[in-house]
Design a binder for this molecule. Structure first.
Ligand SMILES: C=C(OP(=O)(O)O)C(=O)O
Length: 290
């Protein structure tokens, strides 16, 4: 039986702030105050550590989305320093919204841990970086959220055992994810959520869903299948330059998604009695009396 707790919604700002901290703050305000997201999330990379020299110096694979002459320059343009991340975290604390970020390398994991966020995300691309995961298990006290896009079932088993062996599984949230931008419905593969729940719900704290699809219907289905945490990319304009905007939600969509998720949470129950109060008048009026 699924334990339906209140859904928790992450507005993944990621790099959609276009490297502009004032825009990032405006997005945080809208996501939290207007849309009512629980968490706003960013991404932290040390590009010299993460990318090989060749990757750093190569052009962006899709130049139309590039903010620099090389892929490395493009990534640096979108990067906030640790001081800027701290400024953003304080901005979030003042607003009462949770700040989080994914970390893409060991240096970023160490830097971000030093500002003590409540939760850190491990992106699908990096969920096999065991040196970084070991460091986090030993040094970081908060929740560890892990995405499972482009990951085999055997790799997933290994990942969960890693956390169980270190007795850190009690604060792991495991996300179903298909890594694509955008992902067509047939590749969202929502039943993987049921698989994660059946196989790992005793081993991790919660199951989640990191969606890169279009629209908001599938997130409600994901919640109904047992994903408590729902993460969606967030932008102010889906036509902006950048890989993630097209698969992101604009404010009206995110607000409606959160409303729909909260209503679904209220509706996922059994009738409290055979005939509810709301039905009694109808029963007197309409029920066949024989
Ligand atoms: C890429 C990320 O996540 P996911 O793998 O869930 O898309 C991220 O959080 O930075």
């Amino acid at each position: 039986m699924i334990r339906y707790e209140e859904p928790k919604i992450i507005a993944e700002i990621g790099c959609n702030h276009k490297g502009d901290i004032e825009l990032a703050k405006e997005m945080i305000m809208i996501a939290s105050v207007y849309c009512k997201a629980d968490v706003v999330k960013f991404q932290k990379r040390n590009n010299r550590e993460l990318l090989s020299e060749a990757q750093y110096n190569a052009p962006h694979p899709n130049p139309i989305n590039s903010y620099g002459k090389t892929y490395g320059e493009h990534r640096e343009f979108l990067e906030f320093t640790i001081e800027q991340n701290l400024e953003i975290k304080k901005f979030c604390d003042d607003l009462g919204v949770i700040y989080s970020t994914s970390v893409w390398d060991l240096t970023s994991a160490k830097e971000i841990s030093s500002i003590e966020p409540k939760m850190i995300k491990i992106p699908s691309a990096i969920n096999n970086h065991y040196q970084m995961l070991s460091w986090l298990c030993e040094n970081y006290q908060g929740e560890i959220h892990i995405s499972t896009g482009m990951t085999t079932k055997a790799e997933l088993d290994e990942l969960i055992e890693f956390f169980v062996e270190r007795d850190r599984n009690h604060d792991v949230v495991l996300y179903n994810c298909t890594s694509g931008y955008p992902v067509p419905p047939e590749d969202v593969s929502l039943l993987e959520i049921a698989y994660l729940r059946e196989k790992y719900s005793e081993k991790v704290k919660y199951i989640g869903f990191s969606g890169h699809h279009l629209g908001i219907a599938l997130d409600v289905a994901a919640y109904t299948l047992g994903a408590t945490w729902i993460e969606r990319h967030f932008t102010l304009d889906r036509t902006w330059k950048g890989t993630d905007h097209s698969a992101s939600l604009e404010p009206e969509d995110l607000k409606l998604l959160i409303k729909n998720l909260k209503e679904t949470h209220k509706a996922l129950n059994f009738k409290k009695e055979d005939i509810l109060d709301i039905e009694k008048i109808q029963r007197n009026k309409l029920k066949y009396k024989g």
